[in-house]
Write a new protein. Sequence first.
Length: 114
Amino acid sequence: MISAVLRPNRFARVIVNFTLKEKIYSGGEASCKRDGWVVFRNSELLLGQIGKSTLGGNKTGLIYHLLRDNTNEVACEIMHRIGKLSARWLSNYGMTIGISDVTPSAELKVINKA
């Protein structure tokens, strides 16, 4: 799915190529048991799990490589696609907030009056 976000059609130019150790890396590079060795080649995720450090939690993540190797417009477009994908995933899996989630409880109302 992330490969489709990075390169929505096969005619798009290559955007990212990098290798990274995720926080869950346990040694062995391509044979890492926890799938912590992340490899992007020709804008395709070939190996590993994407976590915070892969997306942009450090200076070697996906966002860094997008900004370094491409124009700001290309990086912005891909970040926009990742945001839309994340919002769609969250809404499909019931990650919502309702009025009851933000209404203060009776106990809190009593404390605030004192």
